[in-house]
Design a protein around this ligand. Structure first.
Ligand SMILES: [Zn+2]
Ligand SMILES: [Zn+2]
Length: 403
C-alpha cells in the first residue's frame, strides 16, 4: 500500500474519531445563528477547537473581530494549504446557506491533517472568513484578505459548501457589484399643494421600469442579471415623498461586462432624476469577481469523491449550466489556486437561503454532508502534501488561467 493511500486512510480515521464532536459543534452553531460580522460565538467555538488541537491561532485576525488564522506546521517547509471556513447566517432564515457545515468541515479537515503533519513537509492553515453573505463591516472579508496579502505563500486554497441535490466538484460563480441609489426631492401636501413637491418615489418607479426596458438587450452569453428592490419610498400617502432609496445588484460571468451593467442602472436613475427634477446619489460596492477554474484541482476532488462513494454531477454537464450565485471565495481564486466544491446534502424540493434548508443541516443528511465535506478536504490535502507533481500541475494551471 502506497504511503499516499495509507495516509488518506489515516486522515479518514482521524475524522471518524472527532466526528461526533464536530456534529455537535455544527448543530450548536446551526441552532444559534449569528449574522455576518457578528459571529462572535461561532468563531470562538471554532477557534477553541483549533487551539485545543495545537494550532497557533491569530484571533481576531486581519483587523476583523470574527476572523481567525490557525496554522499547524509539519516536520519541515513544504506546500502550504489554506482551508477556508465560513460561519455567518442569514437574516430571518438562520443557517439557510449551511455555513454551520462549512465552518465545522473546515476545522475538522484541518485538525485531521494536522495529526499527520509530524511526518509530512508543509503547513496546513485554517482561515476563518466572516460575513460571506455580505452583512456588516466585514462583508467581502475574503476580498479584503485576497487583496491584502493573506494568501501570500499559500499554494492551494479551498473550502466546501453544502447544497441541495447532488454534489459538484466545482461551481461557476458570477461577478457581482452592488449599486445603491438615493433620490432626493421635496415634500409637499399631496392634494392641496402637490405642485410645490418634487416626487422622489416617482423617480424610483421610473428607474425600476427603465431598467426593465433594458433587460431584452442584455448579453445572454454573459449570463447578465440585474436585481433590485425599493427600500424607502415615502412616509405617508398624503405627503409627496422627498426621499426614495433603491438597492440593485448586477451580475455577470464576464467580469468585463459588469461596468456596462452598472452604467445601465446608473443611467436609468440619472434619466429618472432628470425627468422628475430630483437629485440622485450613487453608492457602489467593491463587488466580487467571477471564479477562476483549475482543472487538476477539479480532477483531484472528482477522484476523492469517487473514493468516498459520493454521487456528483457530471463536470462536463456542469460547464453548460449558467452560473447562479456569487461568492467572495471567487476573489481568492484570482490570487492562489483554489476550488469550491459543493456537497449535496439532499433536501430536494428545498431551496437554499430558506429556513427549511437551515433545519436540514441539523438532520442525519446534514451530518453526512459534514463528514463527506471534511473528508474530501482532508484527503485532497494529503494528496497535495504527498505528491509534488500534482502540486506542480495545479500551480501551472493557475498561472495559465489567471487574468
Ligand atoms: Zn448564501
Ligand atoms: Zn453560502
Amino acid at each position: 500500500m502506497s504511503d499516499k493511500v495509507s495516509l488518506k486512510r489515516s486522515v479518514q480515521n482521524e475524522l471518524d474519531a472527532i466526528m461526533p464532536h464536530l456534529k455537535e459543534l455544527k448543530d450548536e452553531i446551526g441552532r444559534n445563528p449569528e449574522l455576518g460580522s457578528e459571529e462572535y460565538e461561532s468563531s470562538s467555538l471554532l477557534v477553541e477547537e483549533l487551539r485545543s488541537h495545537g494550532f497557533q491561532v491569530e484571533y481576531p485576525f486581519f483587523e476583523m473581530d470574527t476572523a481567525f488564522k490557525a496554522v499547524y506546521k509539519g516536520m519541515k517547509n513544504g506546500p502550504v494549504i489554506a482551508i477556508l471556513c465560513e460561519y455567518d447566517a442569514l437574516p430571518g432564515v438562520g443557517h439557510g446557506c449551511g455555513h454551520n457545515i462549512i465552518g465545522t468541515a473546515g476545522i475538522g479537515a484541518g485538525i485531521a491533517v494536522s495529526k499527520l503533519m509530524k511526518g509530512l513537509a508543509g503547513e496546513v492553515w485554517v482561515i476563518g472568513t466572516p460575513a460571506e453573505e455580505g452583512h456588516g463591516p466585514y462583508a467581502g472579508a475574503k476580498v479584503r484578505m485576497a487583496s491584502g496579502g493573506v494568501f501570500d505563500g499559500v499554494d492551494v486554497s479551498y473550502m466546501i459548501h453544502p447544497a441541495t441535490g447532488k454534489s459538484m466538484v466545482t461551481a461557476n460563480f458570477l461577478a457581482v457589484k452592488g449599486v445603491g441609489i438615493e433620490f432626493k426631492g421635496r415634500t409637499a401636501h399631496a392634494a392641496a399643494d402637490p405642485h410645490s413637491g418634487v416626487n422622489a418615489l416617482n423617480a424610483a418607479m421610473i428607474t425600476y421600469m427603465s431598467i426593465h426596458a433594458n433587460r431584452q438587450q442584455l448579453r445572454r452569453d454573459a449570463n447578465a442579471v440585474i436585481h433590485g428592490i425599493v427600500t424607502e419610498g415615502g412616509l405617508a400617502s398624503n405627503i409627496i415623498p422627498d426621499k426614495a432609496v433603491l438597492k440593485f445588484g448586477v451580475r455577470s460571468s464576464d467580469d468585463t461586462y459588469v461596468p456596462t451593467l452598472v452604467d445601465t442602472v446608473v443611467n436609468c436613475a440619472k434619466g429618472a432624476a432628470l425627468a422628475t427634477g430630483c437629485e440622485v446619489e450613487f453608492t457602489l460596492s467593491n463587488g466580487l469577481k467571477s471564479n477562476i477554474h483549475n482543472k487538476p484541482l477539479e480532477d483531484l476532488f472528482q477522484r476523492v469523491f469517487d473514493e468516498l462513494g459520493v454521487e456528483y454531477r457530471d463536470p462536463l454537464e456542469l460547464a453548460t449550466i449558467p452560473p447562479g450565485g456569487s461568492t467572495d471565495f471567487a476573489d481568492v481564486t484570482h490570487v492562489v489556486s483554489g476550488i469550491h466544491p459543493m456537497i449535496g446534502i439532499g433536501g430536494e424540493g428545498y431551496t437554499m437561503h430558506s429556513s427549511d434548508f437551515a433545519g436540514h443541516t441539523l438532520t442525519p443528511e446534514g451530518d453526512k454532508g459534514l463528514e463527506v465535506g471534511a473528508k474530501s478536504l482532508a484527503m485532497a490535502s494529503i494528496e497535495i502534501l504527498t505528491d509534488p507533481n500534482l502540486l506542480t500541475e495545479i500551480k501551472a494551471e493557475f498561472e495559465r488561467n489567471r487574468v
